[in-house]
Each structure stands twice: as structure tokens, then as C-alpha cells.
Design a protein around this ligand. Structure first.
Ligand code: KL2
Length: 428
């Protein structure tokens, strides 16, 4: 079964009006909501994705224009507005003749009891089962599809918050996948949205490699949106990134109360001082980041020209207790962030202050089964096969059409669109 997924930040009108200086280059008519809304719906109609993940969906526009139009086009929709006083949120829609809904979770990243999680971003995790048509008979069949959609915090200097928001998202996906695995069903994952982070930087690395060594990294570096290395008061990341009371492990999995790793939590001593365990403090002594020197480091003879002693990293406990966050989902990006000419970077968003890739569709890629699994009687393959995707454009190409938004593209983001193949005979 082939199906298409679109991820699209449609630029909420209230955010556009709050940040008008970003759209100085635009003709006024392309900033008008009704004008943009028409082009947007035309664009969705043209590509007719089977699954549609939208960000920056303003609640009043969703209620009065988008929801009615999308329903008319055959979509079922889930919507989650941001908490706090912002007026937009995320919407995930799917064609009701392609999928049936198994479950939906609306996630809020704002956690009043966790100081770090004080921002009002949200996410949606939807579990879908493909509908298969055989003659006139329709049946729900084949592997489940977990579709997660989010818009992470924008603030370029708060990578620590972005990582914690991502961890909540990953923990929710993990728990859906695990609970179905326990029932013997395999579940493929699609994670998409606006991550406000650029390719190959730490947040992206965590998603695509399943692992991030974060100790000592400056918070701005996590997303890489802006180089803030000139700031002297820059905040760095130290373990633990979030308190164990959040209920999420450094494997980005929910932990039950009995599993909470006490070694991470400091003991509060009389007088309010925090006391950390010996093991926890050992983790902080050596970190790879302390061996990486900034290229513009001022040379002080005998001090900054000394070569860091990498042999100290060979000490066994450095590997065993390194402050690392991980996740167990196997995720790959649909786009590789360079255009086919190899000379230009893809951009997914562009305005006066520049262009970048911050939007992604990640998916569970097809992996060939090991001979053991094959011998165990499993046939077919797990994972999704990438059939194709809609090309993005370079910043130069977009500036040659007056930047974003313009008469063709109604948002300051482009849509991402992928066609994927699901093996309906996959082992379950
Ligand atoms: O980068 V975005 O646009 O994914 O396209 O996500 C945020 C920004 C969105 C939601 O908070 O609003 C935009 N400067 C530029 N853009 C901003 C700012 C800002 N100070 N604040 C919010 N946004």
C-alpha cells in the first residue's frame, strides 16, 4: 500500500502580524489571511496527501475555514491548540477512506511542576490502521502507523527546553509502539513537524542516530538556528537534563514510579543544599565537549595550546556512565537537506532573516530481516519504503520569486511531501 504524508507549517496569521518585520519584503496582498487560505487549500487539494500534519493552525481559522474545508475533502482531523495565550496549534488529518483511527493523544509540553518545561508547545500522536479494499469488501489490515506531529519551541537559545519537549514526544511514541508490540503487532512511526532545529545539529542527531552526548554543550548549539557563541553568559547543558519527577528516563521512555533512577536525583539536605550521589558526580568529570576547542580560541602559551589528553576518556566509567540521552525508535529523515545539484541546501522556511531547514518528516525505514528472523517464519519486511518526495527549493530560488510568502506559496514555510510504501504482509 502506497500512501502520502505532508508536513506543513502554514504560518498563523496572529504570528505573522506579531512579527511583521520578518515580512517586509512581501507585497501586502500575499500577507492577507483569506488570500493565503485559498492558496493553501488549493495546494492541499493539488497534492491530496493521505496524511496531513499542519503546524501554526490558528484556532479560529481552523474552526471556521480549515476544518470545514478539510472535512469536505474527506479528512478526519485531530487538533491541539497551544496552551498559554498563543492562538495557534497543530492539526493532524487523515483520509477517512484510507485509515481508521485506533487512538489519539494530545500532548502538552508545559509542565507547571517542572521548571524547565515552562513553554507552551504541543504535539499530537495518532495511531492509524490502513484500510484495505478487496473488491467491494473493506477491512482494517496490516501494520499500524503511528503518526506524530509537533511544533517545538522557537527560542534559539533554549535548546535544553527543545530537548525536553522532544523527549516527551519520543516517550509517548515509544509507549504506543511498545504497548502494541506486547500484543504482537508491529507499528511503523512517522514523526513530523517544525522542530525549530537545523540538520545535523544535536537535536537532529538525537532523532536520527538515537543518541546524544550532551554534557557541556551550549544550549544554543542544540538547535543550531543561530550562532550565539559570542554570548558570554551562554547556558550549557549538564546532566540530568530534566528531573526524574517528569517520569521520563534518559532513554526517552516513560518510567513507572518504582523504576525511577534515584541516582539522578539529588538528596535535599537540611538548609536546602542538594547532595548528588558519588556515581552521578563521576559522570561529570570527563566529557568529550571539554576536549573540543572553539576555532577562534585565543592562544595563551602553555595554557590554551596544550593538547587535551584524550587518554583520560578511556577510563571505563566514562563510557559506562556518560551523560547521554537515547531513544529506541529507528528514524530516518525523508529529505537529505541538499538539492539534487548537490551545491544548494534545501530550505523549508525563509523570511527577511534568512532561510533554513527546520521542518522534517522522519520515518521508520525498511530494514531487511536477519536470517534468524527469516528462519523464525517471518516474511516480508518491517518498516516503510520511501517511494519519492516533492522537491524543496534553495534560498536563491525562493528569493527569485520574491521570498516567502508569495503568490505561489502562502506560508513562510514550504510543504514537505513524501510517498511511502507499507508492506501489508509484514510480520506482526
Ligand atoms: O521559526 V517558526 O516562527 O517554526 O517558522 O516558530 C515560531 C517562529 C513561531 C511560534 O512561536 O512563531 C515565530 N522571531 C522570529 N520568529 C518568531 C519569533 C521571533 N522573536 N517569535 C515567534 N516566532
Amino acid at each position: 500500500m502506497d500512501f502520502t504524508v505532508m508536513s506543513y507549517n502554514i504560518l498563523a496569521q496572529d504570528l505573522l502580524e506579531d512579527n511583521m518585520e520578518l515580512y517586509r519584503h512581501c507585497r501586502l496582498e500575499v500577507l492577507d489571511w483569506d488570500y493565503r487560505c485559498n492558496i493553501l487549500l488549493e495546494e492541499i487539494c493539488r497534492w491530496a496527501p493521505d496524511i496531513l500534519c499542519l503546524q501554526e493552525v490558528q484556532e479560529n481559522h481552523y474552526d471556521t475555514q480549515l476544518y470545514p474545508a478539510l472535512t469536505q475533502m474527506g479528512y478526519n482531523c485531530a487538533y491541539k491548540k497551544r496552551t498559554g495565550n498563543k492562538t495557534d496549534g497543530c492539526a493532524t488529518c487523515y483520509r477517512s477512506n484510507c485509515f481508521s483511527e485506533v487512538s489519539v493523544t494530545l500532548l502538552e509540553f508545559f509542565r507547571p511542576e517542572t521548571e524547565l518545561l515552562d513553554r507552551h508547545n504541543v504535539g499530537i500522536v495518532l495511531l492509524l490502521r490502513p484500510l484495505v479494499y478487496q473488491g467491494s469488501k473493506v477491512s482494517a489490515k496490516g501494520s499500524l502507523l503511528c503518526v506524530a506531529n509537533t511544533h517545538l519551541l522557537f527560542n534559539p537559545s533554549r535548546g535544553d527546553v527543545k530537548l525536553a519537549q522532544l523527549a516527551i514526544m519520543l516517550a509517548e511514541i515509544d509507549s504506543v509502539v511498545k504497548s502494541w508490540k506486547a500484543k504482537g503487532e508491529h507499528c511503523n512511526v512517522i514523526l513530523c513537524g517544525d522542530f525549530n532545529s537545523v540538520p545535523h545539529m544535536p537535536l537532529y542527531q538525537l532523532i536520527t542516530t538515537g543518541e546524544l552526548y550532551f554534557q557541556g554543550i551550549p544550549a544554543w548549539m542544540v538547535s543550531g538556528q543561530k550562532n550565539l557563541s559570542h554570548k558570554t553568559d551562554c547556558h550549557r547543558l549538564f546532566a540530568p537534563l530534566w528531573p526524574s519527577s517528569l517520569g521520563i528516563s534518559d532513554n526517552c521512555q516513560y518510567v513507572t514510579a518504582s523504576e525511577v533512577d534515584e541516582s539522578h536525583s539529588p538528596i535535599v539536605c537540611p538548609g536546602g543544599k542538594l547532595q548528588y550521589s558519588h556515581n552521578f558526580l563521576l559522570k561529570l568529570r570527563f566529557c568529550s565537549v571539554s576536549c573540543v576547542r572553539p576555532s577562534d580560541l585565543q592562544v595563551i602559551p602553555g595554557v590554551t595550546d596544550n593538547t587535551p589528553d584524550m587518554s583520560s576518556r578511556k577510563q571505563p566509567y566514562v563510557q559506562r556512565f556518560g551523560p547521554i540521552i537515547r531513544h529506541q525508535l529507528d528514524l530516518e529523515s525523508i529529505y537529505n537537506h541538499t538539492l539534487l545539484d548537490c551545491n544548494h541546501s534545501e530550505v523549508t522556511t525563509l523570511h527577511c532573516e534568512g532561510g533554513a531547514t527546520v521542518d522534517y518528516i522522519f520515518y521508520s525505514p525498511e530494514r531487511t530481516l536477519s536470517s534468524d528472523q527469516a528462519a523464525g517464519g517471518k516474511f516480508g519486511s518491517e518498516g516503510l519504503k520511501l517511494v519519492g518526495c516533492l522537491s524543496l527549493l534553495s534560498g536563491d530560488a525562493l528569493w527569485s520569486m520574491e521570498g516567502l510568502p508569495n503568490h505561489t506559496f502562502p506560508s513562510d514555510h514550504l510543504c514537505l511531501l513524501a510517498k511511502l510504501r507499507l508492506d501489508l504482509n509484514a510480520p506482526s
